[in-house]
Design a protein around this ligand. Structure first.
Ligand SMILES: *[C@@H]1O[C@H](CO)[C@@H](O)[C@H](O)[C@H]1NC(C)=O
Ligand SMILES: *[C@@H]1O[C@H](CO)[C@@H](O)[C@H](O)[C@H]1NC(C)=O
Ligand SMILES: *[C@@H]1O[C@H](CO)[C@@H](O)[C@H](O)[C@H]1NC(C)=O
Ligand SMILES: *[C@@H]1O[C@H](CO)[C@@H](O)[C@H](O)[C@H]1NC(C)=O
Length: 195
């Protein structure tokens, strides 16, 4: 009995070891087939090289096989980089890093702009050619969170106070113009015009 149990455990250990040892370095299984890891490419799973210049590949037949090339496989930019020029049969895509405190959500292959990058801080601004750094949004003050998981570094201004984009300190929050004061001011101007 003890001999049988030992053999069974040995058998399971060998099976487990084989299942993990079957792929080459820089490769792993998808279902029962070994492919180069994401971000790598090669003719087979024992010859997987890393994509260069911040490019990236998806794991599967597109990054592992005899007809796979660096250019056919590495047509994506890594997460955190947006695409300036698309990849071709003879060139890698151009990949530019997102500004500090921001990232892309997926590896991208379609050309885009800085607006593909999203600030880690949920109370930060949207990025664009006009706003190329993460800043606290209108009505907030502080320094935007610089890591993905952390709490917001932007605090709302006190009630009835507001602030412009990028306000660092609470003293930058100013009293919102009361709509009733605004209305009285308009009426005063009307009266001045009439007389
Ligand atoms: C993997 O590809 C390399 C380069 O093309 C080749 O030399 C090698 O024999 C291949 N290995 C297997 C196991 O197919
Ligand atoms: C694994 O990837 C590294 C980094 O690109 C490379 O230097 C190495 O040659 C690869 N290993 C194999 C077995 O292809
Ligand atoms: C600011 O960010 C927090 C998360 O940290 C979120 O719960 C809140 O809704 C945001 N406030 C606004 C006004 O967007
Ligand atoms: C904010 O403004 C509204 C409308 O003018 C007013 O009713 C409210 O009391 C104000 N709140 C604070 C905290 O000042």
């Amino acid at each position: 009995m003890i001999g049988n149990r030992f053999l069974t455990i040995l058998f399971v250990v060998i099976l487990f070891h084989q299942a993990n040892a079957q792929c080459g370095t820089n490769a792993s299984k998808v279902g029962s087939t070994c492919y180069c890891n994401p971000g790598y490419y090669g003719p087979n799973d024992s010859n997987c090289q890393q994509c260069q210049s911040n490019t990236y590949s998806l794991q599967g037949v597109s990054n592992t096989g005899p007809s796979v090339t660096q250019f056919s496989a590495c047509s994506y930019c890594q997460i955190g980089y947006y695409v300036t020029t698309p990849g071709t049969a003879t060139a890698l895509p151009g990949c530019l890093q997102c500004p500090a405190g921001s990232t892309t959500l997926n590896p991208l292959s379609q050309p885009g702009s800085i607006s593909s990058c999203i600030c880690f801080d949920p109370n930060g601004t949207a990025l664009s050619s006009l706003s190329q750094a993460c800043q606290c949004n209108i009505g907030f003050y502080g320094s935007p969170q610089t890591t993905q998981a952390g709490p917001s570094g932007c605090t709302p201004c006190p009630a009835n106070f507001t602030s412009p984009i990028g306000t660092a300190d609470q003293t930058g929050c100013t009293k919102q113009l009361d709509s009733s004061i605004l209305k009285a001011f308009q009426q005063l101007i009307m009266i001045l015009i009439l007389f």
